[in-house]
Write a protein that binds this ligand. Structure first.
Ligand code: AMP
Length: 178
């Protein structure tokens, strides 16, 4: 977990390679649906372009199907859950699969630094939601809907300082999970 620009995707990719995990990024999965012009993609597009979250029912259905099909494969989920109903839904999915969540990592970075990072990323990302206006909106949505998950997972959340180089942040994560 972490706000947009915290480095979730970058760190998830590194951990997936190191521990041979399947990397599931809900943002990438949704962008893929949009590219393929599927029914889900068409529904998701306007929410994403406006910096809003795609409805919980869509995400829960995608994740239920995907996690069920992956069964026992080790997975790192990046960008999900993003709301309390998604977290509750994930608990149920995991329980039904007789599986468990080993770690919840929350990468935190000051908002000023996040906005700067995202504006820089916008120059190359080609993402429709990387404009200054939508970037600000996504931070607001995060604070309102996703930040409360820190309390939801208060028993097992690991806080990671995301201010620093990619390597420094990876090192901080590895120190906490090894
Ligand atoms: P990301 O690539 O993680 O920054 O996600 C990009 C956009 O995809 C978000 O701003 C949301 O519109 C949508 N999205 C990704 N994951 C979720 C989720 N778990 N719940 C709702 N919307 C999501």
């Amino acid at each position: 977990m972490g706000p947009p620009g915290a480095g979730k995707g970058t760190q998830a990719k590194i951990l997936a390679e190191k521990y041979n995990l399947i990397h599931l990024s809900t943002g990438d999965m949704l962008r893929n649906e949009i590219q393929k012009k599927t029914a889900i993609g068409l529904k998701a597009q306007s929410y994403m372009n406006g910096g809003n979250l795609v409805p919980d029912s869509i995400l829960l259905s995608i994740m239920k199907n995907t996690l069920t099909s992956l069964k026992d494969s080790g997975t790192i989920v990046d960008g999900f859950p993003r709301t309390i109903p998604q977290a509750e839904g994930l608990s149920l999915i995991v329980e039904n699969l007789h599986s468990k969540i080993d770690y919840v990592l929350n990468i935190h970075v000051e908002e000023k630094i996040l906005i700067q990072r995202l504006i820089e990323r916008a120059q190359n990302s080609g993402r429709a939601d990387d404009t200054e206006e939508v970037i600000t909106k996504r931070q607001k949505v995060y604070a309102q809907l996703t930040a409360p998950l820190v309390d939801f997972y208060s028993n097992n959340i690991i806080q990671i300082d995301g201010d620093g180089s990619i390597e420094q942040v990876t090192q901080r994560i590895l120190e906490q999970i090894q």
